[in-house]
Design a protein around this ligand. Structure first.
Ligand code: AFP
Length: 309
């Protein structure tokens, strides 16, 4: 991984995106980064918002979920680059501009159950040139924002996976901190969602081996973006597995798994549903969920072998 000292050699997101051949893609990702700055500003005012109705997955929506969803869709419409938006929060897609080049999958506030406890959460966006549902290998770009103690943005648009930080007061740009990221080998941490008593025996044994054999330490924050960031920086394994009560997993294929799998592959990692690469799942329903196993290639391969036995 090439680590850039941003004090000595500042490369802004704007400059970095300027190297993309597809200028419209650069504008869309940059607009997304700017919307996240507005979202971040709103967080203190809406943190205590009460629960409203349920989303299509039966989960309670927070005030901030609703606001972020509405804000992002309206503002993405203003870019005139987005044809249709599919959001985790909406039952139906929203057509913004039927002549525009991009189709978007959006998880407006990933990890919103962390709002109350003031733990990290984020926003995930997948960018496509074709309407959804579509096989993940056709994804054109993906980006996420992590609203942690600092705001970071990770994007990939065909090449490597890069990380930026919004670090200067009064300056509305982000600056490169990690270019062409590579998952460290061997990995150091793992996080697994769900209830071990609800896991298949083979997966439970595999999880114990992450301690016993691979000597990984547990890190789980309950927001995919936060857990993903730990694996991206420290290497290891993240999973929200198939379980007895949720054989199809919990995480959403198009809103969470596909964009993040594209990002981890860009950093030399792998992502699987236990049998096949996430990016090769041929789904016909945009609301599908999937078991998800991602991280260092060797560990993901080992997991697939264990589940196949
Ligand atoms: P919410 O957005 O409803 O909090 O769900 C977040 C999420 O989809 C993903 O970000 C986490 O990895 C996972 O769910 C956490 O689930 P648990 O609360 O069951 O650990």
């Amino acid at each position: 991984m090439s680590v850039v000292n941003f004090m000595a050699e500042e490369i802004s997101l704007h400059e970095h995106l300027g190297t993309l051949k597809r200028k419209e893609l650069a504008v869309l990702i940059y607009s997304f980064s700017q919307l996240a700055i507005d979202i971040r500003r709103e967080l203190p005012h809406k943190l205590r918002g009460g629960a409203h109705q349920k989303n299509k997955y039966g989960e309670i929506r927070k005030e901030l979920d609703e606001w972020t969803n509405k804000f992002l869709i309206e503002q993405l419409g203003n870019t005139k680059l987005v044809n249709k938006v599919y959001s985790e929060e909406l039952s139906e897609p929203v057509v913004l501009n039927s002549n525009a080049p991009f189709f978007i999958s959006l998880d407006p506030l990933d990890g919103s159950s962390n709002i109350e406890t003031n733990n990290p959460f984020g926003t995930i966006m997948g960018i496509y040139e074709n309407d959804l549902p579509i096989i993940g290998t056709k994804i054109v770009a993906a980006a996420y924002i992590l609203y942690g103690p600092i705001t970071t943005l990770v994007y990939r648009a065909g090449g490597g996976t890069h990380e930026f930080v919004k670090h200067r007061k009064g300056n509305e740009d982000y600056y490169l901190i990690n270019e062409n990221m590579k998952l460290p080998e061997p990995g150091r941490v793992f996080g697994i969602g769900g209830n071990p008593l609800d896991w298949d025996g083979k997966f439970l044994k595999f999880a114990k081996d992450l301690f016993r054999k691979h000597k990984l330490k547990v890190r789980y924050c309950g927001a995919f973006v936060g857990d993903f960031s730990q694996i991206l920086h420290q290497g290891g394994f993240f999973s929200y597995p198939a379980s007895l009560s949720l054989p199809g997993g919990k995480l959403r294929l198009f809103f969470e798994a596909q964009p993040m799998s594209y990002l981890i592959e860009g950093a030399g990692g792998a992502a699987s549903n236990g049998r096949e690469r996430i990016l090769e799942i041929d789904s016909t329903c945009v609301d599908d969920t999937t078991p998800l196993y991602m991280g260092n290639k060797k560990i993901v391969k080992e997991l697939e072998d264990v589940l196949e036995e």
